[in-house]
Design a protein around this ligand. Structure first.
Ligand code: SF4
Length: 453
């Protein structure tokens, strides 16, 4: 082929691959051609090319004169060799551009049930938690899972292949019965970072809507845009639980742990959602002794916004309107972060405060259902629960397949479940692919933790 007067011996069109969202050709430190491949917007990997090359509109042209002497069959094998190298690098050397952590691309045969960092969680209700990725773009100083770029404990991230996630979701739906189910996108990170999010929502909604169910998600709001909201609305998203912990610019930035956090963007997005077919639930978190006043201001803001832009979206599970506020209390967790000056409250004290606010609003003729538990307001109910293949303290044989989320952990697979294997004092590389004996220490909700025996 001759393009612009240059002989192109091999052409690879990256536009054909849905997961490749950008490609860049640069020189590395040794002046070799380096191809940087962006995967699903937030991840990247790279390969070194041993040939002269050019990149135009996502199409790679190898233009090296040495290729002239090579016969057609070998040229084809060079092309498939490059594609193989990319595929190996996606599975072994993928980096999360936001958290800068190594990321495992999860696809078959790694099961999606068993871990809290990725996959699907069934806690025996009508809600199925869908966790397409781990990793967050902000660094809240109270984060219960120590997420964000400056995390001291999180070592690896995970991203689940879209089709695989949906296929496995369908299996759980078949088991539980497709009636009044809620697919809830949450996780150890920011769900809106999942790409392509509208496709995921649409596919889940196609399933759930057949049984009068819904798809909902949590978000810190920072990555939401008008365009994304339009696409999510089109995809059938029912509700966004939007975290807002302070209205004051300085305080909200401190509570996000991120210099780029812009509360005005979040409020703008909140208003945009209010004008869409997606129900907006504002979810402020009370950090006692830290944001007490701001917490109340966020509740006032949510009430005013509802008065200005009332939404009348009916939840098909309850046949009622959803609440507009989902107030939460900040708790402390073993592996989470904590603000030193924060006081620890119990739920009794928290609900008393909410009751007090509720009564204040009632005096002004406003009913905000602040003290109604969200689970009740959303129509959560018990449903058939997935079978647990392991018993507590049972010793099982598991194959080590992935490095763990934190240091001294690996991920094992047995009986179609993943097991978080803790207290591993060996390098992951040394035991990957090996069968190990594990004592099961946790089985609740089909989330499995075990220790090497
Ligand atoms: S937005 Fe959520 S996941 Fe991200 S740092 Fe804050 S609390 Fe953690």
């Amino acid at each position: 082929m001759n393009l612009n007067g240059v002989n192109n011996f091999i052409t690879i069109n990256f536009n054909k691959f849905k997961m490749i969202t950008d490609v860049e050709l640069t020189k590395n430190g040794r002046n070799k051609n380096q191809l940087i491949i962006e995967i699903n917007k937030n991840y990247e990997t790279s390969i070194i090319l041993d040939y002269d090359a050019r990149l135009e509109d996502g199409i790679l042209f190898l233009v090296d004169n040495n290729l002239k002497k090579i016969n057609k069959n070998r040229l084809n094998s060079i092309e498939s060799g490059i594609l193989n190298l990319i595929s190996i690098n996606i599975s072994q050397n993928l980096i999360n551009k936001i958290t800068k952590r190594k990321t495992y691309y999860i696809s078959p045969p790694i099961p999606l049930i068993g871990h809290t960092a990725f996959g699907l969680i069934d806690r025996g209700t009508n809600i199925i938690q869908v966790r397409g990725l781990s990793g967050c773009n902000i660094n809240c100083p109270f984060c219960s899972v120590d997420e964000g770029q400056y995390s001291k404990t999180r070592k690896n991230d995970y991203y689940v292949d879209l089709d695989y996630l949906v296929d496995e979701y369908k299996k759980i739906v078949e088991f539980k019965g497709n009636k009044h189910l809620e697919a809830h996108l949450d996780g150890q990170g920011e769900p809106s970072l999942y790409y392509p999010l509208p496709d995921l929502v649409q596919k889940l909604n196609e399933i759930n809507s057949k049984g009068n169910g819904i798809v909902t998600m949590q978000s810190n709001g920072t990555k939401l845009s008008y365009k994304l909201i339009d696409e999510l609305e089109e995809a059938g998203l029912h509700r966004i639980n939007l975290s807002i912990n302070a209205l004051n610019e300085k305080m909200s930035r401190i509570l996000s742990g991120s210099r780029d956090y812009n509360i005005n963007h979040i409020l703008d997005i909140a208003e945009y959602i209010k004008n869409s077919k997606i129900h907006l639930l504002i979810a402020p978190l009370l950090l006692p002794n830290i944001n007490d006043e701001e917490f109340k201001k966020v509740i006032d803001y949510a009430v005013q916004l509802e008065r200005k832009n009332p939404q009348n979206i009916i939840n098909p599970i309850t046949n009622k309107k959803n609440p507009i506020i989902g107030a939460q209390l900040c708790l402390t967790y073993q592996f989470g972060r904590r603000i030193k000056k924060m006081k620890v409250w119990n739920f009794k004290k928290f609900y008393e405060l909410l009751k007090h606010y509720e009564n204040e609003y009632k005096k002004n003729g406003i009913d905000v259902q602040l003290d109604t538990p969200l689970s009740k307001a959303f129509g959560n109910h018990r449903r058939k629960k997935l079978f647990s293949p392991f018993k507590l303290n049972e010793i099982v044989k598991a194959e080590v397949v992935l490095d763990g989320r934190v240091n001294n952990e690996v991920i094992g697979v047995a009986k179609d479940r993943v097991i978080q294997i803790i207290n591993v004092n060996k390098n992951y590389e040394k035991i990957v692919g090996k069968i190990v004996k594990v004592r099961i220490l946790r089985t609740k909700d089909n989330i499995f933790v075990g220790a090497l025996v």
